[in-house]
Write a protein that binds this ligand. Structure first.
Ligand SMILES: N[C@@H](CCC(=O)N[C@@H](CS)C(=O)NCC(=O)O)C(=O)O
Length: 287
């Protein structure tokens, strides 16, 4: 099961497959911004989907883009719909509706076009860029720019490092299939957390005084860290709460209007320990 879910390289290191649907939302393109046309399929325990839920909340897009929450199924290991959507009862059926014969993984988040019945994009890092910039006409907070041109270089450089060693880094610890691959991922993860902690000693957010997409991408991993990754994924050199500046930073983001409502730690723990990954055979959820 693990080799299907988590492809590895020759050294037993986890290799995340690239996302397959990469269309843009743009005025000139096939998918122009429109109120009510697009829908987000999300799983509430998924950190990648969590990014999109945060940007939707911060920008005030609740009435512009609806969400459908999918649920992890213990038996099939895939996402299923709570209620049928577009005539589909599983997320894989939705992928088939968009692309008959699709053979890749059926992941969340999915940005769906209700008009053409196609997946526009299933890469969270790109979806949040479109949510930030393309729906301002209808957003409650159109002035909030989480990816301002003056900071894009700095944001991109944090993103690159944080994706590799933290966002995907925790999965590289949890899905490693050799001791060496695990140790290497774990040391790189904690070296990056050390660097982030010392940076946050003199910076409120990663790129200064205002929140950016770099913070939005980091937060979902950090908020799950001590509850899930520390034990289930063996990210256990030290608990995250022992980092003083990261802890302050997490509280600051958590206190931003709307953010606390974007996740539920009990659901996250339940899903990770019982259904998302075959890493905990007893299904027991730690206290
Ligand atoms: N590159 C994707 C990754 C998304 C992803 O891996 N989602 C996981 C949930 S946390 C998923 O749906 N996995 C189901 C599967 O691989 O079958 C993104 O950032 O949007």
């Amino acid at each position: 099961m693990m080799s299907q879910l988590a492809p590895v390289g020759r050294g037993g290191d986890y290799r995340r497959p690239a996302s397959g649907f990469r269309h843009a939302i743009s005025r000139e393109g096939r998918y122009p911004p429109e109120k009510g046309r697009y829908r987000l399929y999300v799983g509430v325990s998924c950190p990648w989907a969590h990014r999109t839920i945060i940007v939707r909340a911060l920008k005030g897009l609740e009435e512009v883009i609806e969400t459908v929450v999918v649920i992890p199924d213990v038996n099939s290991g895939g996402w299923v719909m709570g209620e049928a959507s577009e005539g589909c009862t599983t997320l894989c059926q939705l992928y088939q509706l968009s692309s008959p014969g699709y053979r890749g993984r059926c992941t969340v988040p999915v940005l769906w076009d209700t008009k053409t019945k196609k997946i526009v994009n299933n890469e969270s890092g790109e979806i949040i860029v479109y949510l930030n910039s393309q729906f301002n006409e209808w957003a409650k907070n159109p002035g909030l720019d989480l990816y301002p041109p003056s900071l894009q270089k700095e944001i991109d450089s944090w993103n690159e490092k944080i994706y590799e060693y933290v966002n995907n880094g925790v999965y590289r610890c949890g899905f490693a299939q050799t001791q060496e691959a695990y140790e290497s991922a774990c040391r790189l993860l904690f070296a990056t957390l050390d660097e982030i902690d010392s940076h946050l000693q003199s910076h409120r957010y990663l790129c200064g005084e205002s929140l950016t997409l770099a913070d939005v991408r980091l937060f979902p991993t950090l908020i799950r860290f001590d509850a899930v990754y520390y034990s289930l994924f063996k990210c256990s050199i030290r608990p995250l709460q022992s980092y003083q500046h990261i802890t302050r930073y997490l509280q600051d983001i958590n206190n931003l209007p709307g953010v606390r409502d974007t996740y539920c730690l009990d659901t996250i723990k339940r899903d990770y320990y019982s259904s998302l990954f075959p890493l905990n055979p007893s299904g027991i959820i730690p206290l």
